[in-house]
Ligand binder design. Structure first.
Ligand code: KG4
Ligand code: ZN
Length: 342
């Protein structure tokens, strides 16, 4: 692999409901990361309220950037470039981070780099905390499963920034299915962690929920599974007052994990991948992590929990590779609320 030029990147991420900033050295070493979560505010509404999210970003963005520089014991003069999430995401949220990044880049006379949020999620697997033993770098060709609240995709990465998108969800994203089923079971937002917690006490084999294999493709579908949970809930409600929430949550979670794991393994074999990468909010799911880690056929890279959900360290890592290749954006850069990876 060619040596990349050393660089210290300040990154900003405001695509949804986290206001985040990070400073990363040479694409991997995390000097500081701050994530101001709006989760408690949106929990009242049972999901992200876009207008409230952008206003909250306006309030948080300056303190978050100041805090990350203080944590890294650096000033703006020590930064080589500013990376920012350009999309996909909520337009009103993205624009707050984008304008902050533009202001900083212009004020410092430093390059500005627009980063795809999904690319960022994949690059979270390269990041490690400063002072930690350096973990092995993911090796190409890499089978990358991206599972977030808005996306579920299988991408073959043959090199840095090079993606062959093999398939994606035809309806709900995996995280979206967790969120919707949580609402159905009257569990709190965000649904992923609530379902995982409820499932700890449950029997994953009590209900055999529909698994969509989307045979002959690398696509996914989770809406049938969601409907099958809904029908089961209605059926149970006819007979009993107390729902077996733990068993329902565990059986649903098991169905999602089964499909994600088996399809990724099949794709890794089929495309001759050397290693597997799993990233995005749903990669925080404990049974999913345990299932991937227990297999021994492929080395598997899953980011530490703090880097699974939205953060700016991942934007800095992807931004570093874009910067190294000279992919610098102008100040006229616009937000891209929908921006597929490939
Ligand atoms: O990547 P992310 O923070 O935001 C997007 O880019 O969408 O992912 C958020 C999603 C939510 O749907 C949330 O319910 C899910 O990730 N999630 C989880 C877990 N933690 C977060 N899903 C399953 N198990 C978890 N532990
Ligand atoms: Zn995300």
């Amino acid at each position: 692999m060619t040596e990349l030029k050393p660089a210290r990147i300040l990154a900003i991420e405001t695509s949804c409901d986290e206001t985040a900033a990070a400073v990363l050295e040479n694409g991997r070493e995390l000097l500081a990361s701050v994530v101001a979560s709006q989760m408690e505010i949106h929990a009242r509404y049972g999901g992200v309220f876009p207008e409230v999210a952008s206003r909250q970003h306006v309030l948080s963005i300056t303190p978050v950037v100041e805090q990350v520089l203080a944590q890294a014991h650096l000033t703006l003069n020590d930064i080589d470039a500013v990376a920012v999430t350009q999309g996909p995401g909520l337009a009103g949220s993205l624009v707050v981070g984008m304008n902050m990044a533009k202001g900083l880049a212009m004020g410092m006379g430093k390059p500005l780099i627009g980063v795809n949020h999904l690319e960022g999620h994949l690059y979270s697997a390269w990041v490690y905390d400063s002072g930690e033993i350096v973990p092995p770098e993911p090796q190409f060709p890499l089978m990358a499963l991206l599972v977030s609240g808005g996306h579920t995709e299988l991408n073959l990465m043959t090199d840095h920034l090079t993606y062959q998108r093999l398939g994606s969800t035809m309806d709900d994203a995996a995280g979206e299915a967790f969120d919707k089923v949580a609402r159905l079971l009257e569990l709190s937002y965000p649904g992923g962690p609530s379902i995982q917690k409820a499932a700890e006490e449950g029997d994953p084999n009590r209900f055999q929920f529909a698994r969509s294999w989307m045979e002959g493709t690398w696509n996914f579908s989770f809406s049938g599974l969601k409907t099958s949970v809904l029908y089961q809930v209605r059926e149970l409600q006819k007979k009993q007052t107390n729902l077996p929430v733990a068993d329902l949550a565990a059986s649903f979670q098991q169905a999602v994990v089964d499909v994600l794991f088996k399809k990724t393994m099949m794709a890794a074999r089929e495309f001759g991948a050397k290693e597997i990468l799993v990233a995005g909010g749903v990669s925080a799911n404990r049974p999913l992590r345990q299932t991937f880690k227990a297999q021994t056929e492929f080395p598997v890279h899953i980011p530490p929990l703090a880097l699974c959900t939205d953060n700016a360290a991942m934007i800095a890592a992807a931004g570093y590779h874009r910067y190294a290749l000279g992919h610098v954006s102008g100040l006229e850069m616009d937000v891209l609320p929908t921006w597929p990876l490939s």
